[in-house]
Design a protein around this ligand. Structure first.
Ligand code: KMH
Ligand code: ZN
Length: 276
């Protein structure tokens, strides 16, 4: 089986230090957290920007500062910026980090309720526009799908010539409003992935580790991190992103799946290295 790519979503936009004091906000905290995740086996860092007080940010200078801080501490790791941002950000705000020519970026592939009154808006035109922006800059995209219709949208946009391979899917499962993180739902999605495409799974909350195990068994890749889950086990807050990654790495070792280095992850995803 292909080596396992572990992505760590170190901070996100929704979770705060009130939820778990280990959520990183500052450049130093982000770099330290990324370094710990990389040390434990993460080859990709999924990055949202925060201001020092934790407010989600789309400022280009802030992304620049955070990416530089992470690279200074872990030069090899793949930094994957979000273009999902936070609920309520505009399309243009969400695209600001791509001006920095990141090595990879997410592309969110459909609209969904996001708990309470929140709606995470990704219209078909948003997907076409943002996908074209990424592809024109040759920035590899991670296709975030929160339910099956999102995957079907990607396949249709590929057929229609709006999106192009390589296709790397990220199934984010267990959001209130999206598909659940039951294994049955993940298996349905992974069986719908076309030949030649790769996929990763991010289970929200209590789904994080059961879905990680299922993905490891079924040849998929795994995302963990404080953006998705704040507990290392039921009722116990995790001490760090590194601790979440370590738990997946141990699971992989137990199941006989080797872990990819950042360069091996680049090869699996068909990416060129874009920085020194
Ligand atoms: N913060 C969520 C509304 C992404 O990073 O591409 C969207 C999100 C997706 O986290
Ligand atoms: Zn995200």
């Amino acid at each position: 089986m292909e080596k396992l790519i572990i992505t760590c979503a170190i901070t996100g936009a929704e979770v705060t230090k009130l939820n778990n004091p280990s959520v990183p906000y500052t450049a130093d905290e982000m770099a330290q957290s990324a370094w710990e995740a990389a040390r434990e086996g993460a080859s990709v860092i999924h990055l949202h920007a925060r201001e020092d007080d934790g407010t989600p940010s789309f400022r280009r200078d802030r992304f620049d500062e955070l990416i530089r801080a992470i690279r200074a501490k872990c030069p090899d790791v793949i930094v994957q910026v979000t273009t999902g941002g936070a609920i309520g950000m505009s399309r243009e705000e969400r695209l600001t980090p791509i001006a920095l020519h990141p090595e990879m970026a997410t592309l969110d592939c459909g609209t969904l309720n996001f708990g309470g009154d929140d709606i995470f808006v990704n219209t078909e035109n948003d997907i076409k526009y943002m996908g074209a922006a990424l592809e024109s800059m040759r920035i590899p995209k991670e296709l975030e799908c929160f339910e099956k219709g999102h995957l079907d949208t990607v396949l249709r946009l590929v057929r229609q010539g709006f999106l192009h391979p390589p296709l790397h899917f990220s199934f984010v499962l267990g959001v209130n409003g999206g598909m659940t993180g039951e294994e049955r739902d993940f298996l349905f999605l992974k069986d719908s992935v076309p030949p030649g495409a790769t996929f990763s799974v991010a289970g929200i909350g209590r789904f994080e580790f059961p879905l990680a195990e299922s993905a490891i068994r079924h040849g998929g890749h795994v995302r963990v991190g404080l953006e998705d889950n704040i507990f290392i086990e039921k009722g116990v807050l995790t001490r760090s992103n590194g601790e979440l990654v370590r738990k997946v790495a141990q699971l992989a070792q137990r199941l006989g799946r080797e872990i990819a280095t950042p360069d091996e992850a680049r090869a699996i995803l068909g990416m060129e290295k874009r920085h020194d």
